[in-house]
Design a protein around this ligand. Structure first.
Ligand SMILES: [Zn+2]
Length: 406
């Protein structure tokens, strides 16, 4: 074998062993070297070398003694949760938020910026400003920076090809951030990050296959296939928000007409409620319709739970469109768990029921019957958790996304 190649192979095996040992310690909380050797099937010598190196790097510590099965009491090892922190950045429509996070996904410090100007330069400057603050406040060595960004990315998730609301076009965001902070940078979109969060800490844990449909400002799906986030050939997997569902419908910001987003995202819901309320006012003026005419999303949710018939009708329509989208995903992928999340999840069980009914009508019944649809209200830190899963996987191999064999 070529000597360079041989060296590279040795290094690869070493990295692989290091990741395997670190992850095994991480998963077990406290474990002895002997137990590590048993679980990883590596030799005692290899375990001893790798552990020494992990202790030197400050990632692992000895935490006392375990129970003995006869001989000496074994020393137990643990991952130091705060040995490294990472920075997670969530770039949203109205706000940029971020946090430093430890190796268990626990938020350490938070920071945010309100988005005032939406031109490309201002948004980028504000993003730097936010990261500057978090880097400045970090109390531990930083593992890297993970960013959830809106818009469509290039196939390597390095360039934001187009983020309409930020005025970004072909922005080499990853390279810019990497050059400025000299840290590893990873990027993803909202739906993909929501899927990673659900995969690592949601009810879908331990499932190899999973679809998460994220509905907020825009609609996207994150697909986990065989324990791996599926990107597609051009990082466009799950862009269901721009599948046309209404022929000659409303103009979408992607340039087409009648995309799913134009009838089922937050803005579409508010617009539709206002439209029906105005029509009701013309037909038969009454106070209820008058209140709805100037309504915002928050009020739509309240009116829905108060049983307002106009809002109920709109959510019924939205559920039908989403059911059709879910049916297409089920027909192609036959994934048995579909999670609906994002702001629209606040319509809860009734929304789930319409989607379920519609799924039955639009997909092969035996496939639809075995598909579980769950509506999960988005927690404030869901996206940050997804981002940290991405980083912990890539940098330390702590979250095992892809199935790997020895
Ligand atoms: Zn569109």
């Amino acid at each position: 074998m070529d000597r360079l190649l041989e060296k590279a192979t040795r290094q690869h095996t070493k990295d692989h062993n290091t990741q395997l040992v670190l992850r095994t310690i991480y998963d077990s909380n406290a474990i002895s070297r002997a137990e590590l050797a048993r679980l990883t099937r590596l030799t005692r010598t290899t375990i001893s070398d790798v552990v020494t190196q992990l202790i030197e790097r400050g990632l692992v510590e000895e935490v006392g003694h375990g129970r003995s099965s006869g001989g000496r009491m074994p020393i137990l090892l643990s991952v130091i949760d705060d040995s490294r922190h990472l920075i997670g950045i969530n770039l949203m429509d109205g706000e940029l938020s971020g946090a430093t996070i430890n190796l268990r996904g626990a938020i350490q410090q938070r920071a945010w910026r309100a988005l005032q100007h939406r031109d490309a330069e201002s948004v980028l400057a504000l993003t730097y400003d936010l990261i500057d603050e978090l880097v400045g406040r970090a109390t531990r060595p930083l593992l890297g920076i993970g960013i959830s960004t809106p818009g469509l990315m290039d196939s390597s998730a390095e360039v934001v090809r187009r983020a309409v609301n930020f005025g970004w076009q072909d922005l080499h965001l990853k390279a810019l951030i990497q050059a400025r902070y000299r840290l590893p940078v990873y990027m993803g979109n909202l739906a993909h990050m929501a899927a990673l969060a659900e995969y690592t800490c949601g009810g879908g844990q331990k499932r190899k296959n999973l679809v998460v449909i994220h509905i907020g400002h825009g609609i996207g799906a994150g697909i986990i296939l065989n324990s791996e986030l599926f990107h597609g050939d051009a990082y466009g997997a799950g862009e269901i928000g721009h599948a046309v569902v209404v022929e000659d419908g409303q103009l979408c910001n992607c340039g087409n007409y009648g995309c799913l987003e134009t009838v089922a995202d937050m803005r579409a819901i508010v617009r539709r409620v206002q439209e029906l309320a105005r029509a009701a006012l013309v037909a038969q003026p009454h106070q209820g319709a008058l209140d709805l005419a100037g309504i915002d999303f928050e009020q739509v949710v309240l009116a829905f739970h108060a049983g307002d018939p106009i809002v109920r009708q709109v959510i019924d329509e939205v559920g039908r469109y989403l059911g059709i989208a879910a049916a297409q995903l089920v027909s192609i992928l036959n994934i048995e768990r579909i999670v609906i999340t994002g702001s629209v999840a606040r319509f809860g069980q009734p929304l789930r029921d319409v989607i379920g009914r519609e799924l039955m009508k639009h997909a092969l019944p035996p496939l639809a019957q075995t598909t579980e649809i769950v509506v999960v209200e988005e927690q404030p830190d869901t996206i940050l958790l997804g981002i940290s899963a991405l980083l912990l996987n890539h940098e330390l191999g702590l979250i095992w996304l892809a199935p790997r064999r020895l």
